[in-house]
Design a protein around this ligand. Structure first.
Ligand SMILES: [Zn+2]
Length: 612
């Protein structure tokens, strides 16, 4: 459904780093409620001064933590409502009256309500001064990356309210779907990358003019730089373009290759990529803060030219991650401000599992005889701060961007990897496929995701998921008190009908049978099914299943060999387990050699990054 559509013409003054633009914004009131006001986001004003919500923290905040140098802002000159024949801009007020210093969220009252089913056409004219890049948008020398650059309607919610919010340094975006028709006028020497599919138009001398169009998206970003090298290839129905700085041919190869893999892989898992174009922009290193970001049909990567030779799969990871956003951010369009985990968290899991499908245990790093998986890395990050705060909360509610990173990205991914390993990948794949199909173009909420998991994995899994998301639910399995003894103790003094008989202890051994006992405990509130492995002196092993309910499982056994050790979750399926080093214990009676065995277990965990 087209709710917010934009037709804009923008001219880049590359020397002044300014964009002057005009055009129309169409808002369709799809709700049942007359609209008496609208909200416009002017996110370029985040970079206007140190009093913006984005820059005001003296410590720096957000992804880069950098402060502004050359300021950026948007001056709106005109917002004229065509159907109402009224200039609206003079009546604007701050979107949040309690924070008048921030100029990124603006309320515009309508002189006449916009009735349900009606359309409002706003004629707009504005001038953007680009900042030197702090985060995502701006310029460095003659490189321009232009995002969050036009007056943008806040998302109109089904109840007739607007999900409007000042640009918070920890938050990303949310908007309605619509069509974009944007004409870009840049210096003739520039190479342009943009959302949508672009066609060259006639241009005056010294200029290049492109018209870029796309439907059913919710943002538009573009870049213009004379030094881009371009590579393009048709992948299925998609025209893929990769723009890289000179000297990055190997990065371009890796990015194109990753996109080829990802379009097909994600398309099979989450539904086909529906747009005719995809542009990958690799910013030059000095403009790295514009990299690693997603926009509809355009993603940015980044990294120095030599990255592919280091053994780290950083280029693959960033390309696959940003491509995955085409589904979770782009097509599903959950609210990144209220529930960033629905985008970044699910997408991080999608990234990790896609790279694992392609590269196995070396999905994050492979070289010098060592392998490291992205799952193992995420588990480590998640374990550090993962239970500080709930996963399912607003981007601005996290105490820092570090926490948001550990919890929204890594802990959500680790949670999903745990569900995958505990309940089975085919079931989780199906649940995610159902979620992605139902949520496409529909702005899903956490409940939609939990219901999809319930449908695929069952009530217990959905209960665990909900606790992990909303209640800081955690789990730690541990083994206590492994004991083994002869099953038939009978040394001592015995009186019977024939008189007194003393059995010396040394006559007891070797016994015919041994009994063993241990306690497996579950700390935390997540009740995940686990296996328990019993290890015996003769090298034999037994597995027990525990559904994870209740706080402990008593292991008891009897057999021909002493119980020497117990391991809970031997295949390490529960990646959320807070402490893996307490998952194994040796028999108390076994003494020093068994302590050594436990040390070896801990060492093995460390070397494998906690994973098999
Ligand atoms: Zn992301």
């Amino acid at each position: 459904m087209s709710v917010a559509s934009y037709t804009l013409s923008a001219r880049l003054d590359a020397a002044a780093h300014k964009v002057s633009a005009s055009g129309t914004i169409e808002l369709y009131n799809y709700t049942q409620v007359p609209l008496r006001e609208i909200y416009l986001h002017l996110y370029m004003n985040a970079f206007k001064n140190d009093r913006s919500l984005f820059l005001r923290s003296p410590f720096g905040a957000g992804r880069s933590g950098e402060h502004g140098t050359a300021w950026g802002y948007i001056d709106v000159e005109r917002v004229f409502a065509r159907e109402l024949s009224a200039e609206l801009w003079q009546a604007k007020t701050p979107g949040d009256v309690t924070d008048p210093e921030d100029e990124t969220d603006v309320r515009v009252p309508l002189p006449t309500p916009l009735e349900p089913g009606k359309k409002l056409t706003l004629e707009v004219k504005f001038l953007v001064a680009l900042p030197e890049i702090v985060e995502r948008t701006g310029y460095v020398d003659d490189y321009h990356f232009v995002a969050q650059w036009f007056p943008k309607l806040a998302r109109l919610m089904p109840d007739g309210s607007f999900a409007h919010f000042a640009f918070h340094p920890q938050s990303e975006f949310a908007a309605n779907f619509g069509s974009y028709d944007v004409t870009l006028d840049v210096p003739a020497s520039d190479v342009v990358g943009a959302t949508g599919s672009c066609q060259a138009l006639n241009a005056p001398p010294g200029r290049r003019v492109l018209r870029c169009r796309v439907e059913d998206v919710h943002d538009f970003a573009w870049t213009s730089w004379p030094h881009f090298e371009e590579r393009s290839q048709r992948v299925g129905n998609v025209e893929v373009r990769v723009l890289t700085p000179p000297g990055n041919a190997r990065n371009a190869d890796v990015e194109l290759d990753s996109v080829r893999f990802g379009l097909s892989h994600f398309g099979q898992r989450f539904g086909p990529y529906p747009y005719p174009s995809l542009t990958v922009v690799h910013p030059p290193v000095p403009a790295g803060n514009s990299g690693g970001m997603e926009y509809p049909t355009l993603i940015t990567t980044g990294g120095p030219w030599f990255t592919p030779w280091t053994g780290a799969r950083a280029i693959e990871a960033v390309t696959i991650h940003e491509l995955g956003h085409q589904w979770f951010y782009g097509l599903l369009a959950s609210d990144e401000q209220r529930f960033p985990f629905l985008d970044e968290g699910l997408n991080s899991y999608a990234e990790h599992s896609a790279l694992a499908a392609r590269y196995g245990v070396g999905s994050a790093f492979s070289g010098f005889g060592l392998s490291l998986s992205e799952e193992a890395l995420a588990r480590t990050f998640a374990a550090a701060r993962g239970t500080d705060e709930p996963i399912a909360q607003g981007a601005g509610d996290f105490m820092s961007f570090r926490n948001l990173g550990a919890i929204v990205y890594s802990r959500t991914a680790t949670l999903l990897s745990t569900l995958e390993r505990v309940y089975g990948k085919p079931l989780l794949d199906q649940a995610l496929a159902d979620y992605a199909a139902r949520a496409r173009f529909r702005h899903p909420e956490p409940a939609d995701f939990i219901e999809a998991v319930r449908g695929g994995l069952g009530d217990a899994a959905a209960r665990n998921l909900s606790r992990a998301l909303f209640e800081r639910g955690s789990v730690d399995y541990l083994v206590r008190d492994v004991q083994s003894a002869a099953s038939d103790p009978h040394a001592g003094v015995f009186d019977d009908g024939t008189g007194r008989r003393t059995v010396p202890r040394n006559e007891v051994r070797p016994p015919a049978r041994w009994v063993g006992r241990a306690v497996v405990l579950r700390h935390g509130t997540l009740e995940l099914p686990v296996q328990i492995e019993l290890q015996f002196e003769d090298g034999s092993r037994q597995r027990r299943d525990w559904n994870g309910e209740g706080t402990r499982y008593i292991v008891s056994c009897e057999g021909p060999s002493p119980l020497v050790g117990v391991v809970v979750d031997p295949e390490r399926r529960v990646l959320l387990d807070d402490d893996l080093t307490n998952n194994a214990a040796a028999s108390l009676a076994q003494g020093a050699p068994r302590s050594l065995e436990r040390l070896m277990y801990a060492l093995q965990l460390l070397l494998s990054g906690g994973l098999p």
